[in-house]
Write a protein that binds this ligand. Structure first.
Ligand SMILES: [Zn+2]
Length: 224
């Protein structure tokens, strides 16, 4: 069930008061329009009617897609310590409530960044698995290892048999794209599965570049 509330927000830029609809929970099946809005980055974004200032509302949101067997818990924060605490809380309450038993075959993701949330939705919407996608992103960034620290790679789209990635170089402040054939994705996915990667979750997971690094290193250690 999709759940929202109305909040009165004072614009941090110009001080104008306005009402914002804030979504705490989105179920894809009963609100396809809402899913579209979310994919376009318009959900829980405050946009001032007076000065057009835009900002993310600091509201946690749960996204549930039964068809794709995907649940994303989104808790906006930039603080890595708070992120870890919130993640531990989500795992703790899941194990205490026994909800994990009802969610077998599901992918359960915890994210704190709005762009990462949108990226996850796009990945699963295109029938891809984010664990394999994160490994491919590592491979793309490792092509220029000296600059990999200053670059952020995001999945953009799947088109004409290719995965397209956007790479933002935060130091040089430019964006370029990189394409990877779907066949390459498929062979990475297959080899990860053969190495023991599960295409679903046993618990809440953070699947990010650090996860992909552990995945690749773990499998390497295992193999040699
Ligand atoms: Zn304003």
């Amino acid at each position: 069930m999709s759940i929202n509330s109305k909040q009165s927000v004072k614009c941090p830029q110009c001080g104008q008061m306005s009402d914002v609809t804030v979504w705490n929970s989105i179920t894809a099946a009963d609100s396809p329009d809402l899913k579209k809005d979310l994919l376009e980055g318009r959900v829980n974004i405050f946009c001032c009617p007076s000065c057009s200032h835009r900002a993310l509302m600091p509201t946690p949101m749960l996204y549930h897609d039964e068809t794709e067997k995907l649940i994303i818990s989104f808790s906006p924060t930039n603080d890595p310590v708070l992120k870890q605490q919130l993640f531990e809380n989500v795992k703790k309450s899941a194990s205490e409530s026994g909800e994990l038993e009802k969610l077998s075959g599901y992918n359960l993701r915890f994210v704190t960044d709005y762009n990462e949330l949108l990226e996850k939705l796009l990945i699963f919407d295109n029938g891809l698995n984010d664990k394999a996608v994160e490994v491919i992103k590592l491979m793309i960034l490792s092509q220029d290892i000296e600059k990999s620290e200053q670059r952020v790679c995001r999945f953009g789209k799947l088109e004409n048999g290719s995965l397209e990635f956007m790479i933002h170089d935060t130091a040089e402040n430019n964006i370029y794209t990189s394409s990877v054939p779907l066949e390459s994705y498929n062979s990475v996915y297959e080899s990860l599965i053969q190495s023991g990667m599960k295409p679903y979750s046993f618990d809440w997971e953070i699947v990010d570049p650090a996860y992909a690094t552990r995945l690749v290193n773990g499998f390497n250690n295992h193999m040699f």
